[in-house]
Design a protein around this ligand. Structure first.
Ligand code: PGA
Length: 239
């Protein structure tokens, strides 16, 4: 695993954006795997700046997002579709028809997960996937459990994730209890992974990753099996 230690959030965001920009420049019709949450917001700001400066174009880019709450409407300002539009897609030259987020309104969520997995395969996988982690070491919404699921699936959110994400909702009761998420195998369809982590509250999860063991109670430890992961983190994560 490559590790890039940054002095703060802004440097982590810039370094991650530079890696992504290289992928886009090298393959203009690439497939980018996107993530939501507070971690990648600075990365997206940098990509918008590079796009406006003419350094990169999203004209031929396709994107797939990791996950979405279920049920949730795309017009809900807490949905991940809304987040992506607001944080990136509305500000760059991307064709929104080429952007995918699991459908939080699907009548049959299991069928939607099958469709999503198939779509990732038909795209030929993902050129670079951005990942954040939860305090509990989740990636996407692959929560700590005795078993981890390979394909895109419907999952129940853990109490820890509901509590962590309640900061964005009017109250904890408003946080959806389920989500549609890429599985560990879907994430492994990415040829390259950028794992972004900042904040001392994520130290335990990163320490599990760097212990070079596999622990389904820390889903991010599965990334030890992937051949091309770059951890871009702030120094406080490693203290
Ligand atoms: P955060 O969430 O970036 O808001 O900390 C990341 C995650 O839960 O995967």
């Amino acid at each position: 695993m490559n590790i890039i230690v940054c002095k703060n959030y802004d440097e982590m965001s810039l370094r991650s954006a530079e890696i992504m920009a290289e992928v886009i420049k090298g393959k203009p019709a690439c497939v980018l795997g996107m993530a939501t949450g507070s971690t990648p917001i600075g990365l997206y700001r940098n990509l918008i700046r590079m796009n406006k400066a003419g350094e990169i174009s999203f004209k031929d880019v396709t994107t797939v997002n990791l996950d979405e709450y279920y049920p949730i409407a795309p017009t809900n300002d807490q949905s991940y579709r809304y987040f992506m539009n607001e944080q990136l897609f509305d500000h760059v030259d991307i064709d929104k028809a080429k952007t995918s987020v699991p459908d939080g309104t699907a009548a049959d969520p299991e069928a939607e997960c099958r469709r999503y997995e198939e779509m990732i395969s038909l795209l030929g996988g993902i050129d670079v996937q951005i990942l954040g982690i939860g305090r509990n070491g989740h990636i996407g919404f692959n929560e700590p459990d005795a078993k981890l699921i390979l394909d895109t699936h419907v999952t129940d959110l853990t109490a820890s994730t509901i509590e962590a994400n309640s900061r964005f909702f009017a109250s904890e009761a408003d946080v959806p209890r389920r989500a549609l998420t890429m599985g560990i195998g879907s994430i492994f369809k990415a040829r390259k992974i950028i794992l972004m982590v900042s904040g001392a509250e994520k130290k335990a999860a990163v320490s599990a990753l760097l212990s070079r063991t596999l622990d389904t109670n820390f889903p991010l430890t599965m990334l030890n099996l992937h051949p091309d992961v770059t951890l871009v983190c702030t120094a406080d994560v490693l203290d």
